[in-house]
Design a binder for this molecule. Structure first.
Ligand code: ADP
Ligand code: ASP
Ligand code: MG
Length: 422
């Protein structure tokens, strides 16, 4: 039986027609090894950002359904062009969008989860010897609606396809050479990791290491998909393997540092300290499908019998959330709502933190020495996060990366544009 390999190429890897031709070579190279190949691609370069900008120029709060119609076109362009590039090199290939494959998602626009992938058509095409090029990021519902999986979701499309097809490997090709101890664009001498556990990778992805979409790691872990992050521009480097924690040896308390600049802090001030108010507040947000990240409820003030409830949400949900804040404030009988858009969540992640006291203290001291004020803190078993001013984000990441001894002697090879740190 032939092995099935799923390859995924991100936006920078297919940014122009020359790069698409190079990707065709990388695909054919895998095919020539005698494997069945399924390729997943993202939209070209910054296409998705550009489409979002056009939508926002037209309406501040566009319909989620129409956003999905719009954004799904980006991946449609890439699959057709890559398939043509493979044909031009005399290999048989076919492009398929999510509807043609049957990538079934729940009926939620803009952040749908995959619930099932039909494999009949894929298996038929593979049997015919074709390379299959699938549109990442998109799905379809039972009613034939188009959905998208959330920014960066093509990684999840690839891993879910690998799980459904019981592929031998899922290779995520990108513009850096693997997973690093922090974003190599921010800290050029970050260290590339040969291996990282699913658990640590999942946390890093959740807190801002956007090299992998968090749900892709979750899916890989759940279905035991061997997952690799590697470079499109250096095919001989095998990059980083993401594996089960039991196969890891832990040397250092901290494996990686990440910054998340996509959050907004909301504070409901002087909320009456009565049972049910927190449920009311977060229930109203959940009814609108708005996810909440860090939550802090302050100690109740005896004089007023009120407390403050602070939390963070994703900035993409801000317009929707804002429209219900006034009503929630009145329902809770709170005094005011404060919004803070200029924040960054800085996190350290490491399975080695467990049972090692002092890691949190080192993190806080490091930030204090730089005179960086911590606005919120959250911790769980293998992660500590601090909310700071956005302008302190880079400084914080660099200092924490250094104090936890994560630097290497080499400068990382990165392609593509610098990240937008605003
Ligand atoms: P793609 O378009 O291939 O999906 P992304 O931009 O989504 O690429 O992800 C790759 C980028 O992730 C890199 O260019 C890098 O700047 C960023 N990144 C953030 N944190 C990390 C990390 N810990 N390791 C590697 N890359 C990271
Ligand atoms: N094109 C989508 C995005 O830019 C999906 C992806 O690249 O994974 O978010
Ligand atoms: Mg990505």
């Amino acid at each position: 039986m032939k092995q099935i390999i799923v390859q995924k190429f991100g936006g920078t890897s297919v940014a122009d027609t020359d790069k698409i031709k190079r990707v065709a070579d990388a695909v054919i190279r895998e095919k020539k090894l005698g494997n069945d190949v399924v390729v997943v691609v993202s939209a070209m370069g910054h296409t998705t950002d550009y489409l979002i900008k056009m939508a926002k120029d037209i309406s501040p709060n566009p319909s989620a359904r129409e956003m999905d119609m719009l954004l799904s076109t980006g991946e449609g362009v890439s699959i057709a062009l890559l398939t043509m590039a493979i044909h031009a090199k005399d290999y048989d290939a076919v492009s398929l969008n999510a509807m043609q494959v049957g990538i079934m998602t729940e009926s939620v626009h803009q952040k749908a989860r995959i619930i099932d992938i039909k494999t009949e058509r894929l298996r038929k095409n593979l049997k015919q010897g074709k390379i299959i090029v699938v549109a990442g990021f998109q799905g379809t519902t039972e009613c034939g609606e188009i959905t998208t999986l959330g920014r960066g979701g093509s990684d999840t499309s690839a891993v879910a396809l690998a799980a459904a097809l019981k592929a031998s490997r899922c290779d995520i090709y990108t513009d850096v050479e693997g997973v690093y101890t922090t974003d190599p664009r921010v800290v050029p001498n970050a260290t590339r990791l040969d291996k990282i556990s699913y658990e640590e990778m999942l946390e890093l992805a959740r807190v801002g290491a956007n090299v992998l979409h968090p749900r892709s790691v979750e899916t890989a872990k759940q279905f035991n998909v061997p997952l690799r992050v590697r470079s499109t521009f250096n095919l001989d480097n095998l990059g980083t393997l993401i594996i089960g924690a039991k196969d890891m040896e832990i040397y250092q308390p901290v494996t990686g540092v990440a910054a998340d600049l996509s959050q907004i802090r909301v504070v409901f001030c002087d909320v009456p300290d009565v049972p049910g108010n927190a449920a009311r507040l977060f229930g109203a947000l959940s009814d609108e499908n708005i996810s909440v990240d860090m939550i802090i409820q302050s100690y109740a003030r005896k004089t007023t019998n009120t407390n403050d409830i602070a939390f963070t949400i994703h900035k993409d949900d801000y317009a929707k959330a804002k429209s219900i804040f006034e009503k929630i404030k009145n329902d809770l009988n709170a005094r005011a709502v404060h919004i803070d858009e200029d924040i960054a969540k800085i996190s350290i992640v490491g399975a080695g933190m467990v049972d090692r006291p002092g890691i949190a203290a080192t993190m806080f001291e490091t930030l204090a020495k730089l005179n960086i004020n911590i606005k919120m803190i959250s911790t769980s078993e293998i992660i500590i996060s601090c909310l700071v001013e956005k302008e302190d984000a880079q400084k914080s990441v660099k200092a924490l990366h250094k104090i936890f001894e994560l630097e290497s002697n080499e400068i990382a090879d990165v392609k593509g544009d610098l990240p937008d740190l605003e």
